[in-house]
Design a protein around this ligand. Structure first.
Ligand SMILES: [Zn+2]
Length: 390
């Protein structure tokens, strides 16, 4: 470990070399150690089971002139696999009702608690944060989606149940909604189904491991849906409402971001909904499986048949192109594996390169763990929004 105090006494060129070597050591060491180890039998089985060359819609062999057609096919297939057609069928004729409570003034913005009934009887709460003086000019829209953590959607908007919760949220930079509104964006922070305790289905007798997100998944699978499909459905209805009813929003500048489970949702939302012009998945965007066969994401992110009928998660990320996409990861994030992330991001970068849109995709590593990295995220958003305003 190289200590910063020591580095600061070394001249600039030497300091740069030391940091470069430390970084290379980190990359090399992390890449050399397997993420997990399976028995010989399991390893053979899993490697065979998750072979990527069986996936019909991978981007590996794609050429520039086929990207658009591939995106149409892959998007159609993804809608089917997520069970979104089923959710739409179940909600035919349903009108999403939105109720907003009174506006509360904060320092530089106002806060309103709202609910949206995205399907009959399912009322999702959300925070609507509006910068002061928003009537006078068009504002970008930011939707910040929570990950696992029953109350984290409140934390994202700067609401805490206790000082300990506040300290924890601040230490993980888990306040993107607050940051977005302070940057002048109209901001929505929804409670996410299966992740926020306020909108989760109970797990009586702990039949599904006492995990609300897993209970959601199991119920969805039986009904021809997925948990991710429900989350995408909800966020799309919120987006419908916001773009229709909040006239001060500039529809060309729409950010969707989230960390962890919220980052997974970010990738799917941006892949399917082209109204999102800037997407920032944090600590989440990697392949479905390691080369060993290990599955990185939580059960609730499962999309049945996605590998056999579509491709890898990185292929799904290629559906965001040519819109702005920044993937952020933490070097010390124990949930993800450096080589798998790098390989997945190379896959996405190739599509942006084929489309000659390299400037719209970036992948950045933060120095710490499973958290937001505002210092990496906001400059990318500001640059993207500046481009989109032209
Ligand atoms: Zn989960």
């Amino acid at each position: 470990m190289v200590e910063l105090r020591t580095i600061n006494r070394v001249p600039l060129l030497g300091r740069t070399l030391i940091l470069l070597m430390a970084s290379m050591f980190f990359n090399f060491a992390t890449a050399q150690q397997p993420f997990v180890e399976y028995s010989q039998r399991d390893s053979t089985y899993l490697k065979n089971l998750h072979r990527r060359d069986r996936s019909p819609l991978t981007v590996d062999q794609l050429t520039a002139r086929h990207v658009h057609r591939w995106q149409l096919s892959a998007r159609r297939k993804l809608i089917e696999l997520l069970g979104i057609e089923q959710i739409a069928k179940d909600n035919r004729g349903h009108q999403c009702r939105v109720v907003l409570q009174e506006s509360m003034p904060e320092d530089g913005f106002s806060r309103r608690l709202g609910t949206i009934e995205t399907e009959a009887g399912m009322e999702l709460p959300f925070w609507l944060l509006i910068p002061d003086d928003s009537e006078s000019k068009e504002r970008p829209l930011a939707i910040c989606a929570q990950g696992h953590g029953g109350n984290s959607w409140n934390n994202y908007a700067g609401i805490y149940q206790s000082s300990a919760e506040r300290e924890k949220a601040l230490s993980r930079n888990a306040t993107p909604g607050l940051e977005a509104v302070r940057r002048g964006y109209i901001t929505i922070v929804p409670a996410v189904r299966g992740l926020a305790s306020a909108v989760s289905i109970a797990d009586p007798k702990s039949r599904h491991g006492n995990q609300l997100c897993r209970a959601q998944l199991i119920h969805c699978l039986l009904a021809g849906r997925t948990a991710i499909g429900e989350r995408v459905w909800d966020c799309q209805r919120i987006l419908d409402w916001a773009l229709d009813e909040l006239p001060q929003i500039d529809s060309k500048r729409v950010l969707f971001t989230g960390n962890s489970g919220g980052g997974v949702l970010t990738v799917y939302m941006a892949a399917l909904d082209q109204r999102i012009t800037v997407a920032i998945p944090s600590c989440s965007f990697t392949s479905y499986t390691d080369t060993s066969g290990f599955i990185f994401h939580c059960d609730c992110c499962l999309v049945p048949r996605v590998q056999s009928e579509l491709g890898d998660f990185s292929d799904i990320g290629a559906l965001v192109a040519p819109r702005f996409l920044l993937a952020v990861h933490g070097k010390q994030d124990g949930l993800h594996y450096y080589p798998a992330v790098e390989s997945a991001m190379t896959n996405v970068a190739r599509i942006y390169s084929l489309l000659k849109q390299e400037d719209k995709f970036a992948h950045r590593w933060g120095e710490e763990g499973h958290k937001f990295y505002p210092q990496l995220m906001w400059p990318f958003v500001e640059n993207a929004f500046a481009e989109l305003r032209k």
